[in-house]
Structure formats: structure tokens, C-alpha cells
Design a protein around this ligand. Structure first.
Ligand code: URA
Length: 215
């Protein structure tokens, strides 16, 4: 885990296992099944880093041998917010290791002409203002969807937010960090740039299509 470009608000999860799995995901011949499975596996590994700084508290427990004080998670409860539709690929892996988290969805599509995010669905837990939100979108490309999704979570009253992507473009990181400097970004890789259609280069193609086998 390293800091990206000297910005402590951008965490690059560059663990060799994550990098290896991501390389397989990028290959154009990787099947829908393989892509989906790998995204779920990487989501679990990302969750591990995203929660690295959450507080713990000591609680008294009894082992079969003796009574002792041991740590358990403390602090705010969690809400995972999936940015539809590709966010659902990260969501399933995260829920495997955070099964008690609440889940919200923000439906956004990219207008192909303007590349701006257009909202078509929003459902967030009522008590999201008391939770830490982890916003999930595998591709941080232009950053427009990420900014729009975080706006919605903030408008619902949430003040503790992290953003998780699998793959980012430098442009997307800059846009999100400028709009929401209080939101730490976790990503497994930062690629070269965006192409004229707003796709990450070299990237992995359309994450939603590859995840759901639509094309
Ligand atoms: N969304 C994707 O699915 N892929 C990209 O490269 C950029 C945005």
C-alpha cells in the first residue's frame, strides 16, 4: 500500500496479489465468469486496506482457557454504496467479508456525448448520516460519476466517506480529489490517461459489459 503522487488522500493498493489478479482481468480473452470472480476477490483485498485505520475497542471475552480483553471493531457502522451497475461487482466481494453492512445504490449513466453523469436511481439507508459510507465504482475515469455519487451521499447527511475503485485514470483522481478533498480514494492501479470516449487506457474495457456479459 503506497500513497499516490504524494497525496495522502489517494491510496494505491499495489499488493502483488491484487496486481496479478488485475492483470488477468485486463486481458481481453478473460471470460465473464473469470472477470466477475476476480473482481469479487480483489474487492475483499481492497476492503482489508480500506478498513485499516478504523478504530477498535477492547472487550472482555472468555476463551476456553481464561477471561481476557481483546479488540473488536468500534466506531461508525458501515454502508456500502454501489454505483450502478459495475459497482455491484465490487459490492458482492465486499459483502462477503462485511456481511452486516447496509447497502445503498446510486444509478448513474454516462451521457456518451458530454461524458456527464446522469442519475436514474437513488436508494440509500435512512441512517446513512450515522455511518461510514464506502462508495464503490470499479472505474474512476472522468471522475464525473464519482463526484455525482459522493454528492448524493453527502446530501443524505453522511460526513464520513471513502471511495473505492479498481482502476483509475489520473484525470478522474484529480476531479474527485478537487471536488471532495475529504474523501480518501483507494485504487489498485492508476493507468496512463483517458481516450476520446472517456475510456481508461490501457484499462480493461467496459467494466459493466465485462462483468455482466453484455456487449
Ligand atoms: N467505464 C468503464 O467501464 N471503463 C472505462 O474505461 C471507463 C469508464
Amino acid at each position: 500500500m503506497t500513497v499516490y503522487a504524494g497525496d495522502p488522500g489517494v491510496i494505491l493498493v499495489d499488493h502483488p496479489l491484487v496486481q496479478h489478479k488485475l492483470t488477468i482481468m485486463r486481458k481481453k480473452e478473460t471470460s465473464t465468469l473469470g472477470f466477475r470472480r476476480l473482481l469479487g476477490e480483489i474487492a475483499m483485498l481492497l476492503a482489508y486496506e480500506v478498513l485499516r485505520d478504523v478504530p477498535t475497542e477492547l472487550v472482555e471475552i472468555e476463551t476456553p482457557i481464561k477471561t481476557c480483553m481483546m479488540p473488536q471493531l468500534a466506531g461508525k457502522k458501515l454502508c456500502l454504496v454501489s454505483v450502478l451497475r459495475a459497482g455491484d461487482g465490487l459490492l458482492s466481494g465486499m459483502l462477503d467479508i462485511l456481511p452486516a453492512a447496509r447497502v445503498g445504490h446510486v444509478g448513474l449513466y454516462r451521457d456518451p456525448a458530454t461524458l456527464q453523469a446522469v442519475e436514474y436511481f437513488l436508494k440509500l439507508p435512512r441512517d446513512i448520516d450515522e455511518r461510514m459510507a464506502i462508495v464503490l465504482d470499479p472505474m474512476l475515469a472522468t471522475g464525473n460519476s464519482a463526484v455525482a455519487a459522493v454528492n448524493k451521499v453527502k446530501q443524505a447527511g453522511c460526513s464520513s466517506i471513502k471511495f473505492v475503485s479498481l482502476l483509475s485514470a489520473p484525470e478522474g483522481i484529480a476531479t474527485l480529489r478537487k471536488a471532495h478533498p475529504d474523501v480518501t480514494v483507494y485504487t489498485a492501479a492508476v493507468d496512463e490517461c483517458l481516450n476520446d470516449h472517456g475510456y481508461i487506457v490501457p484499462g480493461l474495457g467496459d467494466a459493466g459489459d465485462r462483468l455482466f456479459g453484455t456487449k
